[in-house]
Design a protein around this ligand. Structure first.
Ligand code: PSV
Ligand code: MN
Length: 388
């Protein structure tokens, strides 16, 4: 069995992955959202479910909220509730994609009234961050256009810079803004923040507290995402990951499910660039569980990230550097592939047990009775969903 060095064990012990509150609600496609027994009916129940993921894995100590989906009367109370469930409230996600006013844009809108409304929403999100103790405001913008000529691309970019400046200036000393990019959807001709370069240009103009968020599902097929990871780390601007996986578009499937090798390559570059367990680089999931049970789906997800992290930590870096310097093409590739093909699951199970965690978190959750309990208890009311 592979064993871990004390350094690797220390790295594994530090790892944390933030969960999205919306992963616990019902979700689906534009064709159908299927209800699932036991689905939370409010943010409190979502947080309780997230606590289960952390309890069985030790990997997920915080939960991201989406505003207005997770609005509550008292965020101080929700914060206390999270602490009672062994987790804390994390990144606050703004939402300017579900209001009729934003049909033609939000932070880029031509109409000052609408643009001001979108900016004010972000300022309100920062008020929430003050109450929850959250560090990061994550901004993903659904804006763009569907037809060539529909909009003045340049003017929209200028208005975006202006809006972001107002939001940035409201951040506290310990707060940050992370700007997520996405190359299409819901707009199909252009989006206003389509790629890492545009996000970088916008956040670099703002200052040190603004960083790029990289959602692994937001690239064209075939994009070398680990190259982008390398570049953003090199520039000191990789603020966070939204991890998920995809076969076709922005599928939001379980991270590492569609392409474990890609996840390994990304984590290899994270480690190479000093981004692992670096407080500047937040690891988050951005997923939906349309068919599978949600809590086990989240447990599987954080375990996938942990597993590929462990494999990437096994890369023999001196041997890799020597082979690269010698232009030993096949030798260098073999060093990387040796680590990728190492089955770390038995070593991780033993390591978990040594830390008082279940060797098999999926089995431990299944045996805990929690799922049966929530299915029995959570009857009546309206189930939470993506977008509600
Ligand atoms: C947009 O596709 C996105 O990746 C953003 O992060 C949103 O906040 C999230 O999905 C909503 O599911
Ligand atoms: Mn995302």
């Amino acid at each position: 069995m592979t064993t871990f060095t004390p350094d690797i064990e220390a790295s594994l012990a530090q790892q944390s992955i933030e969960l999205p509150s919306w992963a616990f609600g019902n979700s689906g496609t534009r064709f159908k959202v299927f209800a699932t027994p036991g689905t939370p009916r409010d943010p409190y129940e979502k947080i309780a479910d997230a606590g289960q993921v952390h309890k069985h894995t030790g990997l997920a100590p915080s939960v991201a909220l989406h505003i207005p989906w997770d609005l509550v009367d008292s965020f101080a109370d929700l914060r206390k509730h999270a602490e009672d469930h062994g987790v804390r409230l994390g990144t606050i996600n703004s939402n300017t994609f579900q209001d009729d006013d934003y049909k033609f844009g939000a932070l880029t809108h031509e109409d000052d009234r609408i643009r001001r409304k979108a900016v004010d929403h972000h300022l309100a999100c920062i008020d929430v961050m003050d109450a929850t103790g959250s560090r990061d405001l994550k901004i993903w913008l659904a804006e763009g256009s569907n037809y060539p000529g529909q909009n003045d691309l340049r003017a929209r970019q200028d208005r975006l810079a202006d809006s972001l400046r107002t939001i940035y200036d409201r951040l506290g000393d310990d707060q940050r803004l992370v700007l997520e990019y996405k190359f299409f959807e819901p707009a199909f001709y252009h989006t206003d923040v389509p790629d890492w370069g545009t996000s970088y240009v916008q956040v670099a103009a703002l200052g040190d507290k603004a960083m790029v968020c990289l959602d692994t599902g937001h690239h064209a097929p075939g994009t070398n995402i680990e190259f982008i990871v390398m570049q953003l780390l090199r520039l000191g601007k990789l603020g966070s990951f939204d991890f998920n996986s995809r076969f076709y578009a922005d599928d939001d499937l379980i991270v590492g499910a569609a392409d474990p090798f890609q996840l390994f390559r990304i984590l290899d570059q994270v480690i190479r660039g000093g981004g692992l367990n670096n407080p500047d680089v937040a690891f988050m999931l951005d997923q939906c569980h349309n068919l599978e049970a949600k809590i086990p789906g989240q447990i599987r997800s954080v375990l996938n990230v942990q597993e590929m992290t462990a494999r990437a930590l096994l890369v023999d870096r001196p041997a890799l550097a020597a082979a690269q310097s010698a232009n030993d093409v096949l030798g260098a590739n073999a060093v990387l592939m040796d680590a990728f093909y190492t089955d770390v699951r038995p070593a991780l199970a033993a390591w978990r047990e040594s830390r008082g965690l279940p060797a098999d978190p999926m089995a431990a959750y299944a045996a805990s009775g929690y799922q049966q309990q929530i299915e029995a208890d959570r009857v009546g009311g309206t189930q939470a969903g993506w977008g509600a």
